[in-house]
Ligand binder design. Structure first.
Ligand code: 26W
Length: 795
């Protein structure tokens, strides 16, 4: 073990620049400096990584495996530097070579291997698992192309491929020795007791490892991502016959499986390649898990004792049938025992109740691709029916394989991601299964890592907190409550507000340099950043903004609170309604921002290509957090937690984790509006609920009429007919019914923001009382209630 800790960082940087990249400082380009600094930091992480791996083996500790189709990692260099407490040393080391720290950091591409909440949660969880010192692996797919890059052409979203691997990637170690053959298709051969699956097609899964370091570099776990490669990459015979495409086909075909992330985050497409990706990830992960287990423990009956596998939604749910197949078909355990061992090892997290997001596969496609697994699913379903004759629902009805019920039946625990969501799981999608297995569903309210989402992205605030209460809050976020006495001190509050304003100035400078958007930092920065979806109601936000604009035009001399409405977020490429909402926001911005009567009071900006790095820029500078989903639809939300921690009070509904945020920060520090989940279900039954709401609120009617009349699309008046008629008609997400109360809440925000001391107090109390929303607390919940796993640091 070479201890790199002792070598000054600047020497490691120079050593890597010279010997890893063959450059001297004079000729090095920005990317060389970024890579040299990354390798210097990585060296230190590898030490912790080796120690962690060794300790896990020595202690024979239980291991956690987190299977996810998405890991929305973002950048890793700053995360490594912050977790190793090397910020100052890195800044001065680079300065010695005349390099700017932030310029070097900005050269790193985001690893955008996820769509939104589910993927980012997985990344926060891995960092918390390492900070706590819980032995764990993340298993995912090494997509060549992450989530598409978004730009706007005439206000419309345009998607372009994302090329994160085009630049050198400092954080992965290729593992050519770790490869598994994953089969598809073919047929099943049954001889008496022995059943054999003979796949007709095989690809190889090759491992790429990324160390995930925790706070103070005390522990590091592994994120293992699989990349598809051909078993026989090149067909020389075809080549010799001049058929070059066919010669290269095997390689191209195999790479397709890990080529690109599916950009849908709520609607399952039922595409064959998606199912192949899910089995590719799961099949390779289980092989790797069982290899490691066999080397150490051998007896498969001990699997539940030494291994806990978490399914991040149903996307890796094939793990149930696959584990049974390996234990029964390949290892000869009885079917019954195989199911029990599998169930004792697997647990499943549900992240959405949206019907269109619950994965089901046609039995035709499923049976063609995974013929043996279909048989096993049928047998599992049959066994379950036998054990619970009263049940009415099945995972195998309507010629479908329903991955939600399958995951539920094959898991020892099933959890929701907020208290409200978990209760709704019991009374909606999993009602019958919950009644059959009343102990199985538990809640684990989401969390976010305070290292990335406070210490790293908001160093000014982190500095004030540490100078006030010490630094233990970084891995014990509950200690933020020690700030409460400081909130009563006007001087301290002034420092707090000054920090927020400095963050806003920094964001304004970046917006003008990066996008030519000029914003007055004294405006109220009102921020809604998340994927575009009707249930998240970005259209309610722009509707209120348009009504607000019209009202300002009516009373231009009134004492309005100047507001900057900031939007960011991607729409799934096939989700046209969501894309129309983006266009409407951009069209409204064009008209409203150029209105001399109102421009000092109201400005709108939609920032393109929302990703983790953009969120890290926006969250510290926000004054107001928009969490306005239709109650009962947002399983939890995690952006809401990041904003509260960074001192942006919420305007929101009683949905997902908003409920718990309001409970923790205090109702007086939260701008609540709208119907509850129960009222929503009630209101839906009301005839013409939207028309009634519109008739009852002239502001709403006027805003809709202006949109329909083409006020924001003069060249194409009917452009938003779809949105307006939907809102006047079905309005399934109750935008119109919640409008009036939303307007009321926003005017309350206007009034509160004028009281700068009162607002600062409210913001600071949001920070002080949001410690519970650390992903460390969430992970400890999983460790105690679900995985029965322990930290090897706190032993
Ligand atoms: C099959 C297509 C697909 C892909 C992704 C369907 C559904 C998903 C995810 C479950 C969607 C998602 O990201 N859900 C979000 O998960 C977060 C983490 O738990 C929650 O905070 C959000 O409320 C939830 O929308």
């Amino acid at each position: 073990m070479i201890h790199t800790k002792t070598t000054p960082l600047r020497d490691s940087i120079l050593r890597h620049l010279t010997y890893s990249f063959g450059k001297d400082p004079e000729h090095a380009i920005l990317e060389d400096w970024r890579m040299a600094l990354s390798f210097a930091v990585r060296d230190r992480i590898v030490d912790a990584w080796f120690k962690a791996t060794q300790k896990t083996y020595e202690t024979g500790a239980k291991r956690v495996y987190y299977l996810s189709m998405e890991f929305l990692i973002g950048r890793l260099l700053e995360d490594g530097i912050v977790n190793l407490e090397l910020v100052d040393e890195a800044k001065s080391a680079l300065a010695e070579y005349g390099k700017d720290y932030h310029e070097v950091l900005n050269d790193e591409p985001d690893a955008a291997l996820g769509n939104g909440g589910l993927g980012r949660l997985a990344a926060c969880f891995l960092e918390s698992l390492s900070t706590i010192g819980c032995p764990a692996h993340g298993y995912g797919i090494r997509y060549e192309h992450g989530l598409f890059r978004q730009s706007f052409v005439d206000g419309r979203q345009v998607e372009m491929p994302e090329h994160w691997l085009e630049q050198r990637h400092a954080w992965e170690f290729e593992r050519p020795e770790v490869r598994y053959r994953i089969g598809f298709g073919g047929h099943v051969d049954t001889r008496g007791e022995t059943v054999r699956w003979y796949p007709s097609e095989e690809v190889e899964a090759e491992a790429y490892d990324t160390p995930v370091v925790g706070w103070k570099g005390r522990w590091a776990n592994t994120l293992r991502l699989w990349s598809g490669r051909a078993i026989h990459p090149f067909d020389l015979d075809a080549f010799n016959h001049g058929d070059y495409t066919r010669a290269a086909a095997p390689e191209a075909l195999a790479r397709t499986i890990s080529r690109v992330l599916y950009p849908d985050d709520t609607t399952e497409q039922g595409k064959e390649l998606r199912l192949k990706q899910e089995y590719f990830l799961t099949g390779a992960a289980l092989r790797d898990i069982l290899r490691r287990f066999n080397n150490q423990f051998g007896d498969l009956r001990r699997l539940p004792e030494k291994v806990s596998i978490q399914l991040n939604d149903t996307h890796p749910a094939i793990a149930g049938p696959e584990l049974v197949r390996i234990l029964h078909d390949e290892r000869g355990l009885s079917f019954q025992e195989s199911v029990e061992i599998a169930r004792g090892t697997l647990s499943y997290t549900n992240h959405t109740l949206l019907p269109e997001a619950l994965e089901t596969w046609g039995e035709g496609l499923f049976g063609k691709l995974l013929p043996r697994h279909l048989q096993i699913v049928d047998q599992i379903d049959h066994e379950h029916a036998k054990n619970f004759p009263k049940r009415t629902q099945s995972m195998r009805s309507d010629n479908l394989v329903k991955m939600g019920p399958l995951s539920f039946v094959m898991a020892h625990h099933v959890n929701g991601v907020s208290a409200l969501h978990t209760e709704l799981m019991k009374t909606t999608v999993f009602e019958e299964l919950h009644n059959l297995h009343p102990e199985r569903i538990v809640n684990q309210t989401n969390g976010v890592t305070p290292r990335r989402w406070l210490l790293a992205c908001n160093p000014r605030l982190a500095g004030l907190i540490t100078s006030s209460i010490g630094e233990d809050w970084v891995d014990d976020l509950g200690q933020l409550s020690k700030l409460e006495p400081f909130v009563e001190d006007a001087g301290w509050l002034d420092k707090y507000s000054t920090i927020k304003r400095s963050n806003k100035v920094e964001l304004s400078n970046w917006m003008s340099s990066a996008h030519g958007i000029h914003a007055d930092p004294d405006m109220l920065f009102d921020v809604q950043i998340k994927r575009l979806h009707e249930y998240k109601r970005q259209h309610l936000n722009i509707l209120e903004t348009i009504a607000h604009w019209l009202e300002i035009r009516d009373n231009p001399n009134a004492d309005w609170t100047p507001r900057l409405k900031l939007f960011a977020g991607k729409a799934a490429p096939g989700y046209f309604f969501a894309k129309d909402i983006i266009r409407l926001i951009n069209d409204a911005a064009a008209v409203i921002n150029s209105d001399p009567m109102t421009s000092k009071f109201l400005k709108i900006a939609f920032l393109p290509n929302y990703n983790v790095t953009l969120a890290e820029r926006l969250v510290p500078a926000a004054d107001l957090s928009e969490q306005i989903s239709t109650a009962g639809k947002e399983a939890s939300g995690t952006g809401n937690m990041k904003f509260a921690l960074n001192g942006a009070p919420t305007v929101g509904t009683l949905d997902g984790a908003n409920v718990e945020i309001r409970e923790h920060v205090g109702a007086e520090n939260f701008f609540l509006f709208g119907m509850t989940a129960e009222q929503v279900m009630e209101r839906r039954t009301t005839e013409a609920h939207a028309r009634k709401a519109i008739e009852a609120d002239p502001r709403l009617k006027r805003a809709l009429d202006e949109i329909r009349a083409g006020r924001f699309s003069p060249s194409e008046p009917g452009r938003y007919e779809g949105i307006v008629s939907n809102l006047e008609g079905a309005d399934y997400f109750l935008v119109c019914s919640d409008f009036t109360d939303y307007w009321r809440a926003q005017r309350e925000v206007d009034a509160s923001f004028k009281d700068t001391l009162g607002w600062a107090r409210m913001a600071a109390l949001n920070t002080a009382r949001s410690g519970w929303f650390s992903s460390d607390r969430t992970i400890r919940g999983y460790m105690n209630d679900i995985w029965k796993a322990e930290s090897l640091l706190e032993k």
